[in-house]
Write a protein that binds this ligand. Structure first.
Ligand SMILES: [Zn+2]
Length: 307
């Protein structure tokens, strides 16, 4: 059986929120089979649980925010991406503020935390959402066109294209494809950092945003170049970060996808719209498990041992 996964033990991290600049403590704890990923605001007078789901995402400006009633958690996508990349099905995330810490601006710190805690197999089959009919969402027109699509594929692969007109981005790859079957998430995707432009950062700060952002947790560019003294981690780090974000945005489904995701200039809002479009078409997907690990899609059984 291809089994669900959680952590073997508890692990903690302390950091600051990218937008709030607030200090926040994060505790990642094992959870029982079929719990899913649950954020718990432990700083509120009565702790509030927010179970991740496509519907729990209530704000997608700048970052993905989930909420339950008045309780919110901002910027869940990089931690969610690490969970997707490592195949974590069940997890409690105790958090002491409204925003997940940004750490180094990528998913690699979360990957490190999850791997240090160890990954445990559970006595329940891993449930996948297999896309059986294509779904697509589109926005804008002409130069403003953006779209995202899920198509049937017996595995999980993502291709993303960005279209930034900026000297520092032009010289790098603007399109990348990543297949989970490669087993290379940690090496090839997880280290890609979020990025921003100084002129936007100044405007965001004036509006009380990006208060925790800086050169140690983002790639920052002026009108001409990357300002980080140590440059880029990958030649195509920008578009790889978009794949990292998309993996986090899509993982709020609570189950891994068996699908090919492709997108052009998509972002958190459009990725969430795509999930809602999928869920609105019950004939477009089915939930599947693999009693025989060997029958799991190419790569997944192999990943199962590597994780
Ligand atoms: Zn991001």
């Amino acid at each position: 059986m291809l089994a669900q996964r959680t952590l073997k033990s508890l692990t903690k991290a302390v950091g600051v929120g990218l937008h709030s600049g607030q200090r926040v403590e994060l505790t990642l704890r094992p959870a029982a089979p079929d719990t899913g990923i649950v954020f718990r605001r432990v700083d509120l007078p009565q702790p509030v649980d927010i179970v991740v789901s496509a519907q729990a995402v209530t704000d997608t400006r700048l970052a993905s925010t989930i909420s339950s009633g008045a309780a919110k958690v901002h910027t869940v996508e990089h931690l969610m991406s690490a969970c997707a990349g490592l195949g974590i099905d069940n997890l409690y995330v105790d958090i002491t503020a409204e925003e997940v810490p940004i750490l180094d601006g990528s998913a690699s710190s979360f990957v490190f935390l999850l791997q240090s805690a160890g990954i445990a197999l559970q006595a329940a089959p891993k449930r996948f959402i297999r896309v059986i009919k294509p779904v697509e969402v589109r926005d804008g027109g002409g130069a403003n066109t953006k779209w995202a699509r899920l198509s049937p594929y017996e595995g999980y692969k993502l291709s993303f294209e960005i279209d930034f007109d900026h000297p520092a981005v032009d010289s790098t790859g603007q399109r990348v494809e990543f297949d989970m079957g490669s087993g290379a998430y940690t090496r090839d995707i997880a280290r890609a950092r979020t990025f921003g432009f100084t002129k936007d950062v100044e405007m965001m700060r004036a509006n009380g945003l990006a208060l925790g952002g800086g050169l140690d947790n983002a790639i920052v560019m002026d009108d001409y170049k990357v300002l980080n003294s140590d440059g880029l981690r990958y030649n195509d780090e920008f578009v790889k970060h978009k794949i990292l974000d998309a993996m986090g945005d899509l993982y709020v489904l609570g189950k891994p996808l068996l699908a090919a995701y492709s997108a052009f200039r998509s972002g958190h809002a459009m990725n969430n719209k795509l999930l809602r479009e999928l869920l609105a078409h019950q004939d477009a997907y089915e939930v599947v498990t693999f009693e025989d690990e060997k029958k799991a899609p190419q790569g997944f059984a192999k990943l199962a041992r590597a994780w």
